[in-house]
Structures are given as C-alpha cells and as structure tokens.
Write a protein that binds this ligand. Structure first.
Ligand code: PMP
Length: 366
C-alpha cells in the first residue's frame, strides 16, 4: 500500500476464497419497531432476571476458574427439555446454533467435501459451509417453498454431498417440512443430515420434530436454539441432539471452554423458567396467523408460516418498500427471493404499527 493510506483488506494475505466477500449482517438500526431478526419481542420475566442475577453472583466467586468444559449440567437440562428419552450424551451446546453448525462443518466438512441446502433458506448455511473451506451446493425448493422429496432425493443422489441441510420451519419462508420428507432425505443422504429446527417451538401443534427420527439414524443431527422461542438471543445458546458418536466428533473440533460459566448459568436459569418463557409462543403464533390473514386480505402473496415471521410480497421494488417502512420507524428484513420481504412477529403493538405503516406505504405507491 502507498505510504499514508489506510490498509485495505485486500492488502492482507487473506485466504483466496475469502477475497471480495461481504460479512453477514442484518442492519442493527435503532428504530422504534424492530422486526428484522426473528427475535422474541417479549423480554425475560422479572423472576428470571432475579434468578439470573443470583446465579451470576454465585458463579462470579469462581470466575478465576475455567468453566465446565463439557457443560454437563446444562446438557442434562437441555436433554430433559427436549424429551424423546434423550440424555446428556446425545446433546451438545455452543454459542448459538450458528456455532453448533460451524462445529458440524469443522468435523464433517472441510477441503474436498461438500454441503447442500435447498434454497431459499437460511443464508448462514452457505456462509458457514464455505468458511469451513467446504463446497456449497444449491438445491431448489418448490414455488410454494416446500420440498419435493423425489427431487430432493434425486439432487442428493446426483451430488452426493457430505452434509445436507434441511431447515424446518424454514427461514425466511416459514415453511415446515413433513416428517416423511425428512425421512426420505435421511435415507438417501450418503453423509450427515442436519435438520435446523431453530423455530420448531412456533410450528403448529402436532408438527412432529425430526428428533423422533434419531433412533437408528446415527447420521442425523437436529439443531435448536434458545434465541427464538426462549427469548434468549442475547445469551447465545444453541444446541443439538444426535447420536453420542456425533458428539464425540464435535469434541475434536470445539475450542476448550467455549461456553463461558456465565452462558451456562444463564441458559440453565432460562430452562428452569421454560414454562413462562414458552408462554409467549402461543401469543406469537396467534399474532402470526392474524398477520398472514391480514396481508392476504390486502391482496399480497404470503407464504404459510410455522415460524415467528412471515414472508410476503411481491414487490417489483422491494427495497423501496423496505426503505419506506424504515422511514416510518419500522425495520423489517430484505431477504429471501427477489420481490419478497420478511417481517418478524412482534408484540401486538409492534405488529399493529407494522400493518399501519405498510398500509400507508402501499396506498402511497398505488
Ligand atoms: N438457524 C436458523 C434457521 C436461523 O434463522 C438462525 C437465526 N437467525 C439460526 C440458526 C442461528 O441462531 P442462533 O445462532 O442465535 O442460535
């Protein structure tokens, strides 16, 4: 670089496959109504905050020591929450399900290997995959954003990926997959199958979890998070359930002491308050269903949603709609297929503010 000018990223001997890339980033803009990252809009209840403060006070006295490297007590609590007869040896946790996914890629992907997902889906799957020097293969979803099992199996047989991602309910579309589709993929896949169930708790009652397929399927991994239904996005706690041998594989790549004492404590306090935390889920589901109806009444296309967000369209210039909403203090997400936008379900007041702003924006643009 010329003397005096700031160093640019391109001046550095960065990996060739990272050159020219942009970092993941939903804008974090401070506006009155933030409905862009699928968080739970309800803050933790006062009892949880008090218990968390107490747990931190207790654990703070030992912060000169490293945390429990294997987070055994937390994994026991997570296994109890998941049910399905799971125990701690089948559960693993990390800093958000993104880190869980990264560890899976580190253990089962790598140079010369590939991972496949069916798009539109969660944008971090290809980013984490390529960050682990693993080739990304794009499979397709149908026009209604569902998965045709025949086509999915054919794509898997053609490409033989080392890892297959299924996201159910899917982000950004909200689409849940029937268990039979997951089963077909698990049978066809030559390698690991990751079912990302970050939004599982918001699915319509009766939707079965891929957890039911774990017995006899040692190459199946089901990931979950406390960022959404549990209203704990700030804690950064994601987890998975799989065969104990899968967890042995992850122990080879995880950093020692990756989950801090305070993270483990906060997650355990949240699990102890699961009844209250998950009490918000019914409210959010009802708001979601009302949001879908209302947008359809306005003549918009709306994807069926089993999650805490709704994908709607179609706008020839979606960026203009996104910007006009932002100008009215409502931040949503410009993500997914062209012409569609995604709104997270907020409190009743926030969702009402979104509808009001959108109605005004659409009237203006007519
Ligand atoms: N999977 C999906 C499908 C998601 O939408 C998200 C968050 N947007 C995550 C995983 C990651 O969540 P976290 O790292 O907070 O657990």
């Amino acid at each position: 670089p010329a003397a005096g000018r700031p160093v640019r990223l391109s001046d550095l001997p960065i990996r060739d496959d990272l050159r020219g890339r942009s970092p993941y980033g939903a804008p974090q803009i401070d506006v009155p109504v933030r409905l862009n990252t699928n968080e739970n809009p309800y803050g933790p209840p006062a009892g949880l905050v008090a218990d968390l403060a107490e747990a931190v006070r207790r654990d703070a006295a030992d912060l000169n020591r490293y945390p429990d490297r294997d987070a055994v007590a937390l994994r026991e609590d997570l296994a109890a929450y998941l049910g399905h007869g799971l125990h701690a040896a089948q559960v693993w946790a990390a800093n958000g399900s993104n880190e869980v996914l990264q560890q899976i890629l580190q253990a089962f992907g790598g140079p010369g290997r590939s991972a496949m997902g069916f798009e539109p889906s969660y944008s971090m799957h290809p980013i984490i995959t390529t960050g682990a020097s693993t080739r990304w293969i794009t499979g397709a979803r149908e026009d209604d954003f569902g998965l045709d099992p025949e086509k999915a199996v054919a794509a898997i047989e053609e490409h033989r990926p080392d890892i297959v991602f299924l996201t159910s309910p899917n982000n950004p579309t909200g689409t849940a997959l029937p268990l039979e589709a997951v089963q077909r993929v698990v049978q066809a896949a030559p390698g690991m199958v990751v079912v990302d169930e970050a939004y599982f708790e918001f699915a319509r009652t009766g939707t079965p979890s891929a957890l039911t397929l774990l017995p006899g399927n040692p190459r199946l991994i089901v990931t979950r998070t406390m960022s959404k239904a549990f209203a704990m996005a700030g804690t950064r706690l994601g987890y998975l359930a799989a065969d104990p041998a899968v967890i042995e594989a992850l122990l080879l790549v995880r950093l020692p002491y990756h989950l801090s004492t305070l993270t483990q404590a906060a997650a355990r306090v949240a699990l102890a308050h699961q009844g209250e935390l998950l009490g918000t889920v019914d409210r959010l589901r009802a708001e979601r269903d009302a949001c879908v109806l209302r947008l359809r009444e306005q003549g918009l296309s709306v994807a069926d949603s089993d999650a805490n967000f709704v994908l709607f369209g179609r706008f020839p210039d979606r960026h203009a709609v996104w910007e006009a909403l932002l100008a009215r203090g409502v931040l949503i997400r410009e993500v997914g297929p062209p012409q569609w936008l995604r709104v997270s379900i907020g409190t009743a007041g926030e969702t009402a503010a979104f509808h009001e702003a959108l109605t005004a924006v659409l009237a203006f643009s007519d």
